[in-house]
Ligand binder design. Structure first.
Ligand SMILES: Cc1cc2nc3c(=O)[nH]c(=O)nc-3n(C[C@H](O)[C@H](O)[C@H](O)COP(=O)(O)O)c2cc1C
Length: 257
């Protein structure tokens, strides 16, 4: 792909910002390649100015606990990654629903998790990013493969592909506009295939795909530019009934044996 300044992004492709953008501020190469239409930003990026952080609203990452560990039927960790905060709401709703069903649950950011020994089951969640599960979630499953193989594990992915009104795109090009949501979910679920291939001892009891949220004020400017240029619309697409229903249905498979 060309890296010429001022080149217009291809509206037929899902924007591709990979993890490097999150770890090092942003991926200058990909930004230049894919968001070339955003001239002002490109000029700043080309000069190496500190673009990142500018224009990004403060984000709250929910962490919570509920239930009484010594009386609970299962102690569950709901560990999640997030960039713009919306996955935390999903994790929190799952934790609360599990507690209502008889569990004790800790909802923690993945990077805050130090120990899995005090849990009977773990749910790992995170958003889709450039057709992958976000890096911290992938690394978590990989790094804790042994411990996770000894207890019930479930995973969830938040995304925009299954949200109504969003463009039907992939990194390989346009996808059918009228594709049923179940098929879109399968496409997103497949983001976990390489993760589970790398950590074959981890056998999730279930993998859920939930529509997430998009709030441009919570994204770095290069990300805003990329998603806007490909026609992604803002909104909160989280389906709370579906999310809680999943947690309720999942509970029996998380119980200690
Ligand atoms: C840079 C970027 C890349 C994304 N890539 C994908 C993707 O490949 N597939 C998808 O369905 N959603 C994708 N999304 C949508 C996010 O997964 C969705 O907005 C999610 O709810 C964000 O979660 P968070 O608010 O916890 O960060 C992307 C969003 C951004 C900002």
């Amino acid at each position: 792909m060309s890296e010429k300044k001022g080149e217009l992004s291809d509206r037929g492709r899902f924007p591709d910002i990979d993890e490097r953008s999150d770890e090092r501020g942003f991926s200058r190469r990909r930004f230049l390649a894919e968001a070339g239409g955003a001239i002002g930003l490109i000029s700043a990026a080309s000069w190496g100015l500190p673009v990142i952080g500018m224009g990004k609203a403060e984000i709250e990452f929910i962490q919570s606990s509920c239930g009484e560990a010594d009386k609970a039927e299962a102690r569950v960790l709901v560990a999640y990654a997030s960039r713009a905060g919306s996955t935390g709401g999903v994790a929190d709703a799952i934790g609360k629903e599990l507690c209502a069903a008889g569990a004790a649950a800790d909802v923690l950011l993945l990077k805050q998790v130090t120990d899995l020994n005090s849990y009977d089951a773990v749910i790992v969640g995170g958003p889709a990013r450039s057709e992958k599960w976000v890096k911290e979630a992938r690394d978590f499953v990989d790094n804790h493969q042994q411990a996770l193989s000894q207890m019930p594990v479930a995973c969830f992915i938040t995304c925009l592909k299954t949200a109504p009104g969003q463009p039907s795109l992939s990194l390989r090009g346009p996808e059918p506009e009228d594709e049923p949501v179940e098929l879109k979910r399968l496409r997103v679920k497949a983001y976990l295939d390489p993760v589970l291939k790398k950590a074959p001892l981890v056998k999730p009891v279930d993998i859920a795909v939930f529509a997430g949220a998009l709030d441009y004020s919570r994204l770095k400017r290069p990300e805003q530019a990329m998603l806007k240029s490909t026609g992604f619309i803002e909104g909160d697409f989280r389906d709370w009934e579906r999310i809680r229903g999943w947690a309720r249905g999942l509970f029996p498979s998380l119980l200690k044996e």
